[in-house]
Ligand binder design. Structure first.
Ligand code: ZN
Length: 449
């Protein structure tokens, strides 16, 4: 009887060591509790709060992991911070955290077992088992004795850092997300019923754009992020705060000659006709920040993006681009390198050109008097490709500049600012790949609704 017990025990232990870490989502292996005793280190007393330090939560950071770094349970940290539900804590909020515990937290990689971890970190197997009696799976934070250089980021595996800017983002504008990963990865993001790719910057960085319509409701939205690395997929969500912004109202009284273009059906047909070009995603980025001004002179804006509009009460809508007070015949310049996607005369938009700059960015130019390029032609940043005009539904010569980010019309003027995505920049095209995510975002608004 005694022999049988010890045999079973040895078998159990051998089995649990032999099997590698499983993917998150699949059933993890439990190290039998009869073999491994509960964790030896007692959690620090809650009463000793003097050594705790304030920490501002970063976007995507997991409070449970931060608590674990200090050798504590998430509920104990919540209690000490007088927080009822730690799940409602979000980026930008500050909480007090215990000092780092007497151990290092590392994320388990695919294939890790307690044995491989022990070998890798020059520890005894017993030390690894003693501190990690719960099941092990890829991305799980594993506790190892002693303070070490490598500490888990408290972001979902395999992320090393995650930044979004601006946050909150005004509706009608664009947010940029930069991902740093511990190993080469791919990802996609899902928001507002859209699934969009992330684009690689180098072996350890990816970026994604979120284009938001001026017509959406302000509020806190969810961005679902799926990261694939090492044959595994990690899915998690992060909050995105969208603020209302200030948009005006314009009543436009069109001259009788233009009233025939005030047909809502015609307007809709043209929108539908252009819809196919909104679906185009060219992976290679040809744009640099900030974009170049699309005209040779700094002319003023005659109608802002996003303003609600009524054309003689016949057609209502909003202004999907920005109008510049340019005179007829002024050259129109490419704001970035790109390929001509569309060059046609339309009824309402007049002579129209679309340029594809890659990475989900497309720009449009309406009411042109002349188009000097053909579909498929490459244009360079600053190159003239058309002339300003007054064709289509227009009451005077001007340039209507449109921008589509992942197919959604957004405010292009944001992209002219050197600080378009405050704190975040992308490497210049042709430059050595290096990514600045230094000013990891310090959101100004709370994410709690
Ligand atoms: Zn316009």
């Amino acid at each position: 009887m005694r022999h049988k017990f010890w045999l079973m025990l040895a078998l159990c232990l051998a089995l649990s060591l032999a099997r590698p870490v499983m993917a998150s989502g699949s059933r993890p292996i439990a190290l039998t509790s009869s073999v491994v005793p509960p964790v030896a280190d007692a959690a620090p007393m809650l009463t000793d709060l003097s050594a705790w330090t304030a920490h501002t939560l970063q976007w995507g950071e997991e409070v449970a992991c931060l608590a674990q770094r200090g050798g504590m349970d998430v509920s104990a940290v919540a209690t000490a911070n007088h927080v009822l539900n730690p799940a409602l804590l979000g980026a930008g909020q500050t909480i007090n955290l215990p000092p780092s515990g007497p151990h290092t937290l590392v994320a388990a990689r695919a294939g890790d077992t307690p044995l491989t971890l022990a070998v890798k970190h020059n520890l005894s197997l017993w030390d690894v088992l003693r501190l990690n009696y719960a099941p092990l799976y890829t991305g799980k934070n594993v506790r190892l004795p002693g303070a070490g250089a490598e500490t888990a980021t408290c972001l979902p595996y395999p992320l090393a850092s995650l930044a979004v800017s601006p946050q909150p983002v005004t509706r009608g504008r664009t947010a940029l997300i930069i991902f740093e990963t511990a190993e080469p990865a791919a990802c996609e993001i899902r928001y507002l019923d859209q699934t969009e790719p992330c684009y690689p910057l180098d072996d350890s960085h990816l970026y994604a754009l979120v284009g938001l319509s001026a017509l959406m409701d302000p509020g806190t939205y969810t961005v679902k992020i799926a990261v694939q690395a090492d044959g595994l997929e990690t899915v998690f969500t992060v909050p995105l705060d969208v603020s209302a912004g200030r948009y005006g109202y314009q009543y436009i009284d069109p001259p009788p000659a233009l009233s025939k273009l005030m047909d809502p059906e015609l307007m809709q047909d043209e929108l539908d006709y252009l819809a196919i070009w909104r679906t185009i995603r060219t992976p290679e980025r040809a744009w640099d920040l900030p974009l170049a001004f699309p005209l040779p002179y700094q002319v003023s804006v005659s109608a802002r993006y996003g303003d609600r509009r009524s054309y003689g009460g016949m057609v209502d809508g909003y202004h999907s681009g920005v109008d510049y007070r340019a005179w007829g015949g002024m050259p129109v310049l490419a704001p970035a390198d790109g390929v001509v996607l569309f060059a046609e005369r339309l009824e309402a938009r007049g002579n129209a050109v679309l340029l594809d700059h890659g990475g989900g960015l497309i720009t449009g130019y309406w009411h042109l008097s002349r188009i000097d390029v053909e579909v498929g032609q490459h244009v360079q940043r600053g190159e003239a490709f058309a002339l300003v005009g007054n064709t289509g539904l227009s009451t005077g010569a001007h340039l209507h500049w449109e921008m589509w980010v992942n197919g959604v019309s957004v405010d292009a003027t944001q992209w002219l600012s050197a600080d378009a995505f405050s704190g975040l920049t992308l490497p210049a095209l042709g430059a050595q790949p290096s990514v600045t995510t230094t000013a990891s975002v310090a959101p100004t608004a709370s994410v709690a609704p």
